[in-house]
Design a protein around this ligand. Structure first.
Ligand code: AMP
Ligand code: ZN
Length: 435
């Protein structure tokens, strides 16, 4: 099923013509309404008229998170506040929050795109949707909510937290679909089991999970724990919120980017050079239709790659792979560049570990230290010859981290359920160094 057949299946050429028309409009508009863009284009020696093909976008400067911070809170808005009907903000991991605004039409567009995502997951108006993304300044809750209402599904605005009550509602209201962060899905499953609830017997058929990085291994675990099909959704507040890209239930390999609204590029984060489709790099988005908060060439810091192969679902929108890391969550440990996702990949390759881990970076006597704490699975924990097996597993992880990443780590296996759980986005790295 496709929500907006006309726009989601446009032939490439027609799509590019539409993108070019919209790109010209947005570049003109920001140049004339937002002081920041006028200055930034002028400094780079480019004018809106320079856009004669999609390729010309390359000549335009990037917009960065720092630019958003410098213009905090409303400096990049392209409409007067009287036209803004909603504000959201992203907490961000570092520094000031970034603030985003929406006109009524922006909210309509967002609602449609979220409805497209739900339909791509096989959700219909007959479904009951348990929406456990946080409601509030975070875009997750309200974004999904409006999309579900636009589609006509029955949405339960449960938001994050109060997990016991969530489990009661999952049993009593019988939702068939669920939205939350993947870590919260695991958290729900675990607490449900602890309460003696058969979480697989719930009516949940499909889950739409995103807002944080996760892996294929986590997908398998969530599917197994909750008895549903788990799909990946991607978005960021700056570009809109959830609903920038979504996996389809037919193929489940990569997320379709709604290209009639967002133009995507992948760049080399070090040089800014645009990379050919298929190469991994940093995602850069230009919004094509947003009114209140248009962004030109926004550097997301998210590392992924584009998957240009056609999809069997019939959508012609290009897909993006899972996010494998962020160019700014890179840790430099004793001079070695390490992405948390690389450590996760090592852990994924080792038998007997649960999906929960913490990375702790510290500094002792001017030397960086890396400690990885990881929960063992219930099965391994319960097994008889525990100590020997645990020691072997620990040694194996230490060796793999050394072999794959070139750094020495201290590895601590901990009991199931002993690490912190999260209701929204998981935060798995603690950098305690004071430099
Ligand atoms: P926020 O603006 O607070 O919603 O955060 C957006 C960020 O969350 C993105 O830039 C990504 O780093 C991350 N994110 C969102 N969806 C996903 C996803 N499906 N997989 C991995 N990371 C994601
Ligand atoms: Zn598809």
């Amino acid at each position: 099923m496709i929500y907006n057949e006309d726009f989601e299946t446009l032939p490439r050429e027609v799509m590019e013509t539409l993108q070019l028309k919209r790109l010209k409009q947005v570049v003109q508009r920001v140049y004339h309404t937002v002081g920041f863009y006028r200055r930034s284009f002028d400094n780079a020696g480019v004018q809106p008229d320079d856009i004669t093909s999609l390729d010309d976008l390359k000549k335009f400067p990037f917009t960065t998170k720092q630019d958003l911070r410098d213009n905090y809170p409303f400096g990049l808005f392209a409409v007067p506040m009287s036209s803004v009907v909603r504000l959201h903000a992203s907490s961000g991991t570092t520094g000031r929050a970034t603030v985003v605004g929406y006109t009524r039409r922006d909210i309509d567009t967002w609602s449609e795109l979220m409805a497209r995502c739900l339909v791509a997951a096989g959700v219909t108006k007959n479904d009951i949707l348990h929406n456990a993304y946080g409601y509030g300044l975070f875009t997750g809750g309200l974004g999904v909510h409006y999309g579900a209402e636009t589609l006509g599904a029955s949405v339960i605005p449960i938001s994050g937290g109060n997990t016991k009550r969530q489990i009661m509602i999952l049993q009593d209201f019988g939702p068939t679909a669920i939205c939350c962060t993947p870590s919260y899905a695991l958290n729900l499953a675990e607490q449900g089991r602890a309460m003696g609830v058969d979480m697989k017997a719930l009516k949940l058929r499909v889950g739409i999970f995103g807002a944080e990085p996760w892996s294929e291994k986590m997908r398998a675990e969530i599917e197994d724990a909750l008895g549903l099909a788990a799909l990946n959704i991607y978005g960021l507040s700056e570009i809109m919120g959830p609903g920038v890209a979504m996996e389809c239930i037919e193929d489940r390999q990569g997320m379709h980017i709604f290209e009639d609204h967002f133009l995507v590029e992948v760049i080399d984060p070090a040089t800014g050079e645009v990379l050919p489709p298929g190469e991994p790099g940093e995602l850069v988005f230009t919004t094509l239709t947003k009114e209140a908060f248009p962004l030109i060439r926004y550097r997301t810091r998210d590392i992924s790659r584009l998957l240009p192969e056609p999809c069997r679902c019939g959508r012609t929108h290009i897909r993006m792979d899972r996010i494998t890391g962020r160019s700014d969550d890179m840790l430099i440990i004793r001079g070695v560049n390490v992405f948390p996702s690389q450590i996760e990949a090592v852990l994924m390759g080792v038998e007997g570990l649960g999906p929960h881990y913490q990375i702790i970076v510290d500094r002792e006597e001017n030397l960086d230290t890396l400690e990885v704490q990881v929960e063992v699975s219930e099965k391994l924990f319960a097994s008889g010859d525990e100590v020997k097996v645990l020691q072997g597993t620990e040694r194996r992880i230490v060796k793999d981290i050394k072999d794959y990443l070139g750094i020495s780590a201290k590895v601590k296996l901990v009991e199931p359920k002993s690490l912190q759980r999260f209701e929204g986005k998981a935060s798995r790295v603690q950098d305690r160094r004071r430099i």
